[in-house]
Design a protein around this ligand. Structure first.
Ligand code: HEM
Length: 474
């Protein structure tokens, strides 16, 4: 219960669980209620840990930009132990230090290398586009009047990462691929539902989790074990067929590092967790954004029409888009950014942790305090956007109709832990979105005036399931 001296103000909690019920669940809404009472910086105790929620750009800037090193560790609690085991390996949870930096550097260098050698990353995404179109076409022609095209985005997003990691894409009908995707999405879904009372109980009894777990946590544990086995079989295959002079993909580059001078930083088990991090962090986030894209296009037909006019003008109907096309399609690029702003899919991103005693504003922040950035407080605030509750691509266009940069737009987080896949995700979102609207018209089902824009709260914010009418444009 007890908070440190000069800690930010906030509600008192209950013994053991602290303010758990004040904040967890729908983080954005719950934080909004607390802001009205305590102000933009709120101090809480959650299960014995010091937690500070930050709201508004000034505090984000202090954490992400002014003092990033201080706030660049990660939280490691029982959910992470269930996913990763006791050692908490993998990029997402590793503390800021040589091992994290070496892995981030390797990731970027593989991306660059793929560009220099046989394959640029953009080419991987562009190769996926015909399959995306084919699968969406199958949705149109299966005779139903309304459809839900969302699953296609899960396939496409995972396939791009599979190519980067394993060196090959999968057919959407491949049983192995469906298995990997299914397990991945199930684990992600269950992570949003893990904090049940029985899970709280387990987290207070040391080692109990080794013999018993509640249902949701068990599903995550079993799902992660299955994904890990899948990844392990790929690593074994790569070891057997590795040609160090001709690395094919991320695994090959990693195996070469394992045998290099820095091998203590690169290990087989860290590789396995890192690949699982790519799939967990990079599939659902990208596909959820595209699911919101469909919903906003259906609800805003005038925006859809403007985007399609720009696509038709610049790509002459049949051309495959390239990422550089965004430079001549400012309205389309602004629309993609607006989808990310409005959907705000990662409401608290990933927790940042203070790695030493420090200050935030006038308050003392002890080492190991968790910082929860409430992204809604910048993405949906009247302070930074003209009409934040409306869907309006003009939010990102300057007076000359060009796309301007906005420091209050942070869908990929910030500081030294900014999303590792940001550049991949930006390319995927633009190319998948343009391809979809180039080929298909998205409309409301007959008799429906608007799709529900309310989200389902969770680790990421999902749109409620919907049906639309989708027709081929040519
Ligand atoms: C629209 C898609 C995506 C969104 C909205 C998104 C968002 C985020 C956010 C908010 C964070 C936390 C940043 C912070 O702590 O400040 C993050 C971290 C991360 N993301 Fe993404 N992400 C996306 C796609 C991807 C993709 C495609 C990958 C593929 C590799 C990826 C890999 C990661 C990793 C590994 C981290 C942890 C980085 C670290 O802890 O150092 N993400 N992402």
């Amino acid at each position: 219960i007890w908070k440190p001296r000069n800690f930010p103000p906030g509600p008192w909690g209950l013994p053991f669980v602290g303010s758990f019920y004040h904040i967890s669940g729908d983080y954005s809404r719950n934080a909004k209620t607390l802001v009205q009472k305590y102000g933009n910086i709120i101090g809480l105790k959650l299960k014995g840990v010091n937690v500070v929620c930050i709201n508004g750009y000034d505090l984000f800037k202090q954490v992400m930009t002014d003092n990033p090193k201080c706030f660049s560790d990660r939280a490691c609690q029982l959910p992470q132990t269930i996913i990763r085991g006791e050692k908490h390996e993998g990029i997402v949870t590793t503390p800021y230090g040589p091992q994290l930096l070496a892995h981030r550097k390797l990731f970027y260098s593989v991306l660059r290398n793929m560009g220099l050698n046989h394959y640029s990353f953009e080419k991987i995404i562009i190769e996926e586009l015909p399959y995306l179109i084919e699968e969406l076409k199958a949705c149109v022609s299966d005779g139903k009047s309304t459809i839900n095209p969302c699953a296609v985005f899960d396939y496409a997003a995972l396939n791009v990462l599979a190519y980067f990691t394993f060196g090959n894409r999968y057919s959407y009908k491949d049983e192995k691929f469906k298995f990997l995707l299914g397990k991945n999405l199930k684990c992600f879904e269950m992570m949003s539902k893990i904090n049940t009372p029985s899970f709280l109980f387990v987290s207070y009894i040391p080692f109990l989790y080794k013999i018993w777990l509640p249902h949701n946590a068990r599903v995550i544990k079993e799902g992660c074990r299955d994904i890990a086995e899948f990844v392990e079989s790929e690593v074994t295959y790569h070891k057997a067929s590795l040609d160090p002079k001709n690395p094919r993909d991320f695994i090959d580059h990693y195996l070469i590092e394992v045998t290099s001078n820095h091998s203590h930083l690169f290990t087989d088990s860290f590789l396995k967790m890192t690949i699982m991090d790519f799939f967990q962090a990079g599939t659902e986030t990208t596909s959820t954004t595209l699911k919101w894209a469909v919903l906003y296009m259906v609800n805003n037909p005038e925006v859809q029409e403007k985007v399609q006019n720009e696509i038709d003008r610049e790509l002459a109907f049949h051309g495959m888009p390239k990422y550089e096309d965004r430079l001549k399609m400012p309205y389309t690029e602004a629309t993609v950014l607006e989808i990310q702003r409005k959907a705000n899919i990662a409401p608290i991103g990933l927790v940042h942790v203070a790695n030493k005693d420090t200050k935030l504003g006038k308050y003392d922040i002890p080492k190991s305090t968790y910082i929860l950035p409430i992204y809604e407080s910048i993405h949906h605030s009247h302070k930074y956007w003209k009409n934040p509750s409306q869907f309006d691509p003009e939010n990102f266009l300057d007076q000359d109709g060009k796309v301007g940069t906005r420091s209050t737009f942070m869908p990929f987080g910030g500081g030294l832990r900014v999303c590792l896949g940001m550049n991949i995700a930006k390319q995927e979102l633009f190319l998948f979105f343009v391809t979809m609207l180039q080929h298909f018209k998205l409309q409301l089902p007959p008799g429906v005036s608007k799709l529900d824009e309310e989200y389902v709260p969770g680790f990421t914010l999902q749109p409620k399931p919907y049906e639309i009418v989708m027709s081929s444009r040519f």
